[in-house]
Design a protein around this ligand. Structure first.
Ligand SMILES: Cc1ncc(COP(=O)(O)O)c(C=O)c1O
Length: 478
């Protein structure tokens, strides 16, 4: 530690040991340092000496403190890749024909023999599976035959109570009566689209957009109007406003927090403006808040729903990205169209499963969710940062990558001549699954040189090897 005086003080000696461990790579970026108490015992120094050492390391930028979590080795800043630019989709609405391509690509996202950077779900290692199974076991004993009965809409009162409590975090203060339990966010979105649009109507969406939403639009015979998006701030509201002035749209559908595939996060002021703009025109806003709990910094973004005074915002969400994708537990707070959505839910699926939403309600009630989220967010923050570093290290010059502030996805723009559908095929042959850009647009020729990488798997040498493989394949396709 060159900057230290010749006779280092006690705290400087402690700091120096840690600095040596960091420089030698024994402690790596993202690693957690021992707790203050542990280090004070280990080094036989006082708590205040350890605190001083940590303060010093923080002041020189080697470590960071995360509230309620501890001290961590900081990532060394490398020169970062540029971000993709604001998207420029066609300005006309179009029917959607993406389902066949999605279905083909999706097969590979589920193949356990491939290194998975394709599917947008967290690795099971990151999920509280055992606790959820315990809740489920207890419920089967407690409920007996009642667990076999239909739980008709709006569904699971216990979960709706928990959602109402959590809605305070979203800035929205909803009541249990505002919610309907659904089979994943997918069903919530589907029901909202059914409630607001008829075949041939147009839905304004982000460009690029989540392929599941595109499939829903396709299956309902709707048209998609792609709106330009900034990789950082999401839907461009001036462009949306201009589009709304040009043509009638039945609804606008956005993922304001950590969109899929881009990871953009709409600033609060834009959310407020969006809600007001659509309210004024009587155009419903379908808000897909699937990733809202996965923020990397301290604060959860407010939902658009929190600015809704007239019931024009239909809020959709689920626990697929935070607790249990396979439970298929989601919800919708449809605002003024609540009755219509409830009827649709009944006529489409009769009811959601009875026990699974209840198991999640119990998990939330017992208070483990926030602790679990803190760990999950920390892990995803690290994994996304490592994947971004992997792209910088292994991909050729000219590659751009988005810088999400939450979620688990990385949107990567490859040099213009690279065809991501060809890359997808070659990567599969090499044992790696990625998501090619064209599945994120209703127009199959869009985003040809883009891929989405999922960072849901813990960073391992196997993942790093797969990144190197994909980087090498990209070069061969240039
Ligand atoms: C933006 C977005 N919305 C909705 C869904 C569907 O969520 P669920 O699995 O809860 O149906 C996904 C799944 O990846 C998604 O990324």
């Amino acid at each position: 530690m060159g900057a230290l005086a010749h006779k280092p003080k006690l705290y400087e000696q402690v700091a120096e040991k840690l600095e040596d461990a960091i420089n030698a790579g024994t402690l790596r970026a993202g690693d957690r340092l021992p707790s203050v108490r542990q280090l004070s015992l280990r080094e036989q120094v006082s708590i205040s000496t350890v605190l001083q050492a940590y303060l010093h390391l923080e002041s020189v930028g080697l470590i960071e403190t995360r509230p309620q979590s501890g001290h961590y080795v900081r990532r060394r800043e490398r020169p970062r890749l540029a971000e993709p630019q604001v998207s420029r989709p066609a300005t006309s609405a179009t029917p959607v024909t993406v389902s066949a391509l999605v279905s083909r690509v999706y097969q590979s996202m589920r193949d356990p023999n491939l290194v998975q950077m394709g599917g947008a779900w967290p690795s099971t290692e990151l999920l509280p599976t055992r606790r959820l199974y315990r809740e489920l076991n207890a419920l089967t004993r407690e409920m007996g035959d009642a667990g076999m009965l239909y739980d008709v809409p709006p569904g699971c009162p216990e979960l709706r109570r928990q959602l109402a409590r959590r809605s305070l975090d979203w800035g929205a203060a909803l009541s249990p009566e505002d919610f309907i339990i659904t089979v994943g966010a997918a069903e919530a979105i589907h029901l909202c689209l059914l409630a607001v649009a008829r075949p041939g109507d147009t839905i304004a969406i982000e460009s690029p957009a989540y392929y599941g939403t595109l499939q829903a639009i396709e299956s309902l015979g709707l048209r998609a109007l792609e709106i330009p998006c900034s990789p950082r701030h999401g839907m461009e509201l001036d462009a949306l406003q201009a589009a709304l002035e040009r043509r009638r749209v039945a609804a606008v559908l956005v993922v304001p927090s950590y969109s899929n595939p881009v990871g953009s996060c709409m600033p609060t002021a834009n959310r407020q403006r969006l809600v007001a703009m659509l309210e004024e025109r009587g155009v419903p806003l379908i808000e897909d808040d699937l990733y809202g709990d996965l923020h990397f910094d301290e604060r959860r973004p407010r939902t658009c729903k929190s600015f809704d005074k007239t019931g024009n915002v239909m809020l959709c969400g689920s626990f697929s990205k935070t607790l249990a994708p396979g439970f298929r537990v989601g919800y919708v707070a449809p605002g003024r169209l609540r009755e219509r959505v409830e009827l649709l839910k009944f006529s489409h699926t009769v009811a959601s499963p009875t026990l699974l939403p209840l198991a999640i309600a119990r998990f939330l009630e017992e208070g483990g969710y926030d602790r679990h989220l803190r760990t999950l967010r920390r892990r995803l923050t690290e994994q996304v940062a490592r994947m971004a570093e992997g792209v910088a290290e292994h991909f050729p010059e000219g590659t751009r990558v988005a810088r999400p502030a939450g979620g688990s996805l990385l949107w990567v723009e490859l040099p213009a001549t690279v065809d991501s559908l060809v890359l997808h095929g070659r990567a599969l042959e090499a044992g790696v699954s990625i998501a090619p850009g064209p599945i994120f647009s209703p127009r199959p020729d869009s985003y040809r040189n883009f891929i989405r990488l999922s960072c849901g798997q813990p960073w391992t040498p196997r993942i790093e090897g797969a990144m190197a493989t994909v980087g090498r394949l990209v070069r061969t396709l240039m």
